[in-house]
Design a protein around this ligand. Sequence first.
Ligand code: NAD
Length: 341
Amino acid sequence: MKPITKNQHTKIAFFSTQPYDKTFFEKYNSNFNFALTFLEPQLNSKTVALLQDETIICVFVNDIVDAAVIAQLAQKKVKIIALRCAGFNNVDLEAAKKFGIHVCRVPSYSPEAVAEHAMAMILTLNRKTHKAYNRVREQNFSLNGLLGFDLHGKTIGIIGTGNIGKAFAKIVKGFGCTILAYDITTDPEMQKEAVVFTDLNTIFKQADILSLHCPLNEQTRHLINKEALSIMKNNVMIINTSRGALINTLDIITALKEGKVGYLGIDVYEQEEKLFFKDLSDDIIQDDEIQRLMSFPNVLVTAHQAFFTNEALTQIALTTLSNIESLLSKDNIDNKLALLA
Ligand code: NAD
């Protein structure tokens, strides 16, 4: 493959652009001087055609970057796929390698942003501040139905102790909780901070609250399923700020109907690509599973907003643009996922 070099006409096409992407990327592009094209549609096999002569594309969590789309991108002479997110489960890395396309991502922009949102979900579900807010505005000052529990002394299970899991453990420690953790690798620094690494079954059996922070891959898909749910404590709280398909949606709906799961907080959803980041307030939603989930009084759904802080968006823009710059200048960066043959 011919080397790609940067000049003032180096073009980057953004898919799934939201107004805030444009704001942050335009602001920080002043240090880089790329030519930026912002496209609103999600990337998929139909929207590849929107590319003009851009050889670099920038994509987000719900863009479809499978083998078929990558083959089309290669035909369009795309050389770099820059993810402006940490997770990369939507990209077929083997296909990228086959077509000699670089893939880079932002592995850590603000783990605290996501960890803090996970804690916000726990506090909301537990202390029902969202219901209290509405109630008081209607001059209903009754406390009936708002009973919560102390987090102090509860057992929190963390699955995945990477950047976000670690940041979440620090927050949880401040609340005086017992922390159990599972990861494919044990973290000695966390062990020193009284985090007990154990197996998944022990966590499922002992946790009062379970928070998911591992990536979505073949080992973790539907990690929370009928079998896992059956051994959990009655009234368990489950928080998912990682990827929707870590949870089998139909199984969790059954567990909620049976009262096995007492609280569910999800910032991500298995079929979110058709819903999230869009205003569908005038549409008839065809997805019956999300509608069922939203009908439970003990389920809190947010639309993939855990990353959404000023600090995180700044870091995402800076790292994405500097990843591209590094790939163009030295073809060797830390955040690269697929290497050219
Ligand atoms: P990370 O790579 O730092 O950590 C992931 C951890 O999961 C690692 O320690 C890894 O060893 C562990 N892991 C891998 N396979 C596992 C398995 N089978 N079982 C248990 N643990 C396993 O990633 P991170 O920055 O902490 O992000 C975690 C996930 O959070 C990302 O993959 C992404 O899906 C999600 N995320 C969501 C948002 C949001 O806005 N909701 C934002 C950023 C990231």
